[in-house]
Design a protein around this ligand. Structure first.
Ligand code: CP
Ligand code: NVA
Length: 309
């Protein structure tokens, strides 16, 4: 990171292992303190603006509550209500908002637009999901795996289904954290070029195949996500092609006996996952959702340069 550049949190592959490990450690410490009723006001007086160009439940509520617990405040904005919807540029928006608030969190489909905002902001920008990446989600996922099973390095992780933003951030994390990630996705929805480049760069850490059974065999963690992400237009065709990639009890039975199941939520029960799996004993989806709160508090502290526990 250049001196003087704001501490943006845009993509997992912008970071070193040590930086992300530091944030995960702080997330764990903040979680433990909260459970003891201790809410350190580390971000007293800070204001986070949140811009949502798309729907959200977890990202919206967890960032809002996280800021409040740390003594900060939030402003909730939707792209539709802002002059962005009347063609004010992201560059101008970034410069204006940087004069008012201490950080910006944004959910916007175009990753290029996120980068444009970050390039022009003089305060930290946090990626709350783009079509390319969902780094906050993966911080919560890593934290959740390690709470249940310890150090994730060397763990066998299976991704089953569509190749999307959550997968992209998992590919970046697998490379950094030394997991063995196997991706099973149909040829019709195979990774786009940018993701393919990162899969190749990850070398032995990531394997791309088509057979979901082969991917799940012996896995310590099985992950899936919706077949129709925000911005996808071909919902019916996706459901048809991705049907063999449903995570059900038969598929889970091929994984290790104590394998965990994860899904970033919202889930489409009966499509990518059955009720039996998502409500079953191996599922940690609500721990994952909870950990968004703790992981993002650590990301916020990092962005503001407050890294001591
Ligand atoms: N997982 C996740 O980002 O959920 P939301 O879309 O509800 O924020
Ligand atoms: N892949 C999903 C994640 C939602 C949190 C989407 O982009 O819609």
């Amino acid at each position: 990171m250049k001196t003087g550049t704001p501490r943006h949190f845009l993509s997992i592959d912008d970071f070193s292992y040590a930086e992300l490990r530091g944030m995960l450690d702080q997330a764990g410490a903040l979680k433990a303190r909260l459970k003891d009723g201790d809410r350190p006001k580390l971000l007293d007086g800070k204001v986070l603006a949140m811009i949502f160009e798309r729907q959200s439940t977890r990202t919206r509520v967890s960032f809002d509550v996280g800021m409040r617990q740390l003594g900060g405040e939030t402003i909730m904005l939707s792209g539709q209500e802002m002059q962005l919807s009347r063609e004010e540029t992201l560059a101008d928006t970034a410069q204006v908002m940087s004069r008012y608030v201490d950080a910006i969190m944004i959910r916007i489909l175009s990753h290029a637009d996120l980068l444009d905002l970050a390039e022009n902001a003089t305060v930290p920008v946090i990626n709350g999901l783009t079509r390319r990446a969902h780094p906050c989600q993966i911080m919560a996922d890593l934290m959740t795996f390690e709470e249940h099973r310890g150090d994730i390095s060397g763990a066998k992780v299976a991704w089953v289904g569509d190749s999307n933003n959550v997968l992209h951030s998992w590919v970046n994390a697998a490379e950094l954290f030394g997991c063995e990630l196997t991706i099973a996705t149909p040829e019709e929805y195979s990774p786009e070029k940018d993701l393919m480049d990162d899969i190749r760069r990850a070398g032995n850490a990531v394997r791309l195949i088509e057979d979901p059974r082969e991917a799940v065999e012996g896995a310590d963690l099985v992950i899936t996500d919706t077949w129709v992400s925000m911005g996808d237009v071909d919902a019916a065709e996706r459901r048809r092609v991705l049907k063999p990639y449903q995570v059900n009890t038969n598929l889970m039975a091929l994984a290790n006996k104590d394998a965990l199941f994860m899904h970033c939520l919202p889930a489409h029960r009966g499509d990518e996952v059955t009720d039996e799996v998502i409500d079953g004993p191996q599922s940690v989806v609500f721990d994952e959702a909870e950990n968004r709160l703790h992981a993002q508090k650590a990301v916020l502290c990092w962005a503001f340069g407050i890294e001591t526990n």
